[in-house]
Design a protein around this ligand. Structure first.
Ligand code: HAM
Length: 394
């Protein structure tokens, strides 16, 4: 009987060995600058339940973090609340290269203080992560969406301007939800029409303008390069003040490797205190694609230090304890199980990418000395079993 093959759902990203090691490496590098700055883990459910029968898979992390901060009264403790998160997010999008229905983000949120220095710190955490990964071909774009007063003044002029344009109904409907969205229209004819549109940047209140100038000054002081893009439109509507996006050159249409911004009022909308916050989400899948495109993932980067090939039962027992103590000392050690012939086991050692291999048979057990083989050139050296850790270190 022929069984039907079961496949993963369409448009999801999944990672299996060996590429999963690269994914994990990228994700860890995206998290570590946040940890180094005192951000603490928040682990939240992948779905939110509004009390009805339908539940929603989380499309992003910020709203859930706000909900949890309010629910656990963190907003009434030490401010700012500084958290990071990492996990799967879900969007009902048309799948394409770099755009999935289930994807992975690492994010941070700093909630409770409205200080341009925090904006700069948050942007720097993302930039440091990308630099630590080794990425070079990316740029940072920043803008300010100003405060409520700035946006209200701009909206009046923008809506009046849009009325002068000859737009189709669907586009007019989009503009009614958020007129800023038209800056993001990919069609050339709309782009041309929007060329003369009033820019929010020119409507910033004195406070907003001053805040944005300070964010830029801090970034300059940190040596972080950026481009001010007054036409930037973020995909989410809760942003205010500083907003930013990191764009990678090698990723085609889905080039955003991370983005974020400040969100005054979001917390209040969700029933919490009137606190400002700022954060980002970095796309782990896309950063991995970018790192691969830039050739930053070295083959066997994650392979073992030592591959032990035991010959016989006694050797297997001894190998388990050798491997155990070397692992305790921080080495990555694999054992060839399965009682394969020496030739087959050596092939497995070679394939594993391990730096060294060692065969342990009866004579090695008797003498307590093994021949340590360096896999890249086959060089052999005699090493006492107790001194394997030093030999691996060399
Ligand atoms: P976002 O710009 O919607 O922001 O997503 C952040 C990043 O997630 C994007 O730059 C992209 O790298 C990745 N991403 C988004 N959608 C997909 C997808 N369908 N497939 C693959 N990768 C994707 C947010 O989610 C905000 N919550 C960020 C934030 C935090 N703002 C303030 N705090």
């Amino acid at each position: 009987m022929k069984r039907e093959r079961i496949n993963a759902p369409k448009g999801v990203s999944e990672y299996v060995p060996p590429r999963s090691a690269s994914f994990e490496w990228v994700r860890d590098h995206l998290i570590s600058p946040a940890k180094a700055a005192g951000y603490q883990l928040m682990e939240l459910p992948a779905f939110e339940d509004r009390g009805g029968r339908s539940i929603t898979l989380r499309p992003e992390g910020t709203a859930g973090v706000m909900r949890a901060v309010i629910e656990h009264s963190l907003d009434r403790g030490q401010l700012p609340v500084k958290v990071f998160y990492s996990g799967a997010f879900f969007r009902a999008e048309r799948p394409q290269a770099g755009r999935y229905r289930q994807f992975y983000q690492v994010g941070v949120e700093s909630i409770g203080l409205d200080d341009p220095a925090i904006d700069a710190e948050v942007i720097a955490l993302a930039d440091t992560a990308f630099k630590n990964i080794g990425l070079k071909k990316y740029r940072l774009e920043i803008t300010s969406l100003g405060d409520a007063q700035s946006r209200a003044a701009h909206r009046v002029d923008l809506v009046a301007f849009l009325k002068t344009l000859d737009l189709d109904e669907a586009t007019i409907a989009r503009a009614e939800i958020n007129p800023l969205r038209l800056f993001d229209d990919k069609r050339d004819e709309v782009k041309a029409k929007m060329a003369g549109a009033p820019l929010l940047m020119d409507y910033l209140s004195d406070v907003s303008r001053e805040n944005f100038a300070r964010v830029r000054a801090y970034l300059d002081a940190l040596g972080i390069a950026y481009i001010v893009n007054p036409r930037m439109v973020r995909g989410l509507d809760y942003y205010t003040g500083t907003t930013f996006e990191f764009i990678h050159e090698d990723l085609g249409a889905q080039s955003g490797i991370g983005g974020g911004g400040r969100y005054d009022g979001l917390m209040e909308t969700l029933g919490g205190a009137s606190l400002s916050g700022i954060g980002f989400g970095l796309g782990v899948d896309r950063v991995l694609l970018a790192a691969e495109a830039e050739g930053l993932l070295i083959e066997n980067q994650f392979a073992s230090d030592l591959f032990i090939i035991p010959l016989g039962d006694l050797a297997k027992e001894k190998s388990l304890s050798i491997a155990h103590s070397l692992r305790q000392a921080g080495y990555r050690v694999e054992i060839a199980f399965g009682d394969r012939a020496l030739k087959g086991a050596m092939k497995a050692a070679d394939k594993s990418g391990s730096e060294f291999a060692v065969v342990i048979g009866e004579s090695e057990l008797n003498s307590g000395v093994v021949e340590l083989k360096r896999m890249k050139d086959g060089e052999l050296s005699s090493v006492k079993i107790e001194q394997l850790d030093k030999a691996l270190h060399a």
